[in-house]
Design a protein around this ligand. Structure first.
Ligand SMILES: *Cc1c(COP(=O)(O)O)cnc(C)c1O
Length: 426
């Protein structure tokens, strides 16, 4: 397994045969750069790994919902896992067929459910009794039958960051399979004339590197699905969610072989249609956030590299204490002085102590204007951007088949101001 970002013979960081410094010069910084070739390859690897169980793959849009990325994956045959009405529009605008869309999330509004039914999406994953009621009402008003799967909580705690762990009973996600709660709700939805029971779903969390929690959750799901079937209920699909972790230290592409083998071992000949919702593992290591040094500053016991990207562009370090490798775009320099090699915090201009992209990193000598790449930023990066401090979020480009395509240019401040109105004050 290799990385999408490599150094050329002169030590310059490249992606898809193009030099990142050139891309930064052409499009400005801060800038998200995605490897379309890498995204396509990783999707194909995932699809191949789960091909033996003949599952449907729905890319989790919340990891990266740039239309260009969704369209690339749709062209490879991917469906979409969405979590809002907005993502429904994105999936459709990028060409994902409606019947290949799965709608997840704990708080779908009646409007969102109505829009999903009007579009004719493939499956709604309901997460509570109240939501099942709401779907039934919305479907009845339209005189249609809604395809509804039940997201269950099988109480498996993956070893990941608390803010991205969803598998325990203590989280807001899913309906517990303990004490008959999920079973009676599934029976109820199966008896509703406006609902077609579509099966069961789990998603236990994200950035899960150990396969054991998956094995436990999937086995519990299979047992529960078989129990419902034993009770005479139709359970066509088991949706296994996403959550496969990636290597943020090295940026190496994820090897899906062991995951595929695990799924084959558990579900071979089980007679269920399977669904998958990978997000991070398809895109994380195929993206980098390019930025430039504005100033160098010596602190009491460390140096600060102040760059033009910030927490409003990439929130993961601030939100999850996430680790992103930071690499110089050009060949490493060795000059002496305040910018000599040594530990540094790479920080943005936002007025928050939590505004950092990396802490205590050994970096070579840097000068003002030097380019850096914040690696593994393809997932949960641009999608979480905000305009905090009135900083328009970074633009996004994708390198595919040797060419660099603009997916979204950086908005300018005039566009941000144009969204607002000033009430007439007297
Ligand atoms: C976030 C999410 C995913 C994708 O998770 P990754 O860790 O990015 O693979 C899949 N399914 C559901 C329901 C989600 O909420």
């Amino acid at each position: 397994m290799t990385s999408s970002f490599t150094r050329d013979d002169s030590g310059r960081l490249t992606v898809g045969g193009l030099v990142l410094e050139d891309i930064a010069a052409a499009h400005g910084t801060p800038l998200y750069v995605y490897s379309g070739d890498g995204i396509r390859a990783d999707y194909r690897n995932f699809a191949a790994a789960v091909a033996p169980v003949n599952g449907k793959v729905h890319f989790a849009l919340k990891a990266n919902s740039a239309l260009g990325v969704i369209a690339l994956l749709a062209g490879e045959g991917a469906g979409a896992d969405i979590v809002s009405g907005g993502e429904l529009h994105r999936a459709r605008a990028a060409g994902v067929p409606a019947d290949m869309i799965v709608f997840s999330g704990v708080g779908k509004t009646a409007e969102e459910i109505g829009a999903a039914l009007d579009a004719g999406i493939g499956q709604i994953n309901a997460e509570s009794a109240a939501e099942v009621e709401a779907i039934s009402r919305v479907a009845a008003a339209r005189d249609v039958v809604a395809p509804v799967a039940l997201r269950v909580n099988v109480d498996v705690a993956p070893d990941t960051h608390a803010k991205i762990s969803t598998g325990q009973r203590s989280t807001k996600f899913g309906v517990s399979t303990a004490q008959n709660e999920a079973a009676s709700l599934y029976r109820r939805l199966a008896g509703d004339p406006h609902i077609r029971p579509a099966g069961l779903a789990v998603h236990i969390g994200s950035q899960i590197l150990d396969l054991d929690p998956f094995a436990r959750a999937y086995t519990a799901l299979l047992d529960f699905g078989n129990a419902l079937r034993g009770g005479g209920l139709p359970v066509p699909t088991l949706d296994l969610g996403g959550g496969i972790g990636v290597d943020y230290e090295t940026g190496t592409a994820t090897d899906f072989t062991a995951y595929g083998a695990l799924v084959s071992r558990i579900f071979a000949d089980s007679g269920f249609q399977l669904g998958f919702e990978p997000g991070r593992s398809i895109v994380a290591n195929n993206g980098a956030l390019l930025t430039r040094v504005i100033y160098l500053k010596d602190g009491d016991n460390k140096r600060f590299v102040i760059v033009d990207a910030a927490m409003n562009d990439l929130l993961r370090p601030t939100l999850y204490e996430a680790h992103h490798a930071v690499l110089p775009l050009g060949p490493a320099k060795t000059a002496e002085g305040p910018a000599a090699e040594g530990p540094a915090d790479i920080v943005g201009p936002v007025c928050e102590t939590g505004d950092y992209l990396a802490q205590d990193r050994m970096l070579p000598a840097l000068a003002e204007g030097d380019g850096l790449a914040v690696m593994s930023a393809g997932a949960y990066g641009a999608v979480m951007a905000s305009s905090y401090n009135s900083r328009p979020p970074a633009g996004e480009v994708m390198v595919l088949d040797g060419a660099c395509h603009v997916l979204r240019r950086q908005r300018d401040i005039a566009e941000l101001l144009a969204e607002e109105t000033i009430p007439v004050l007297s």
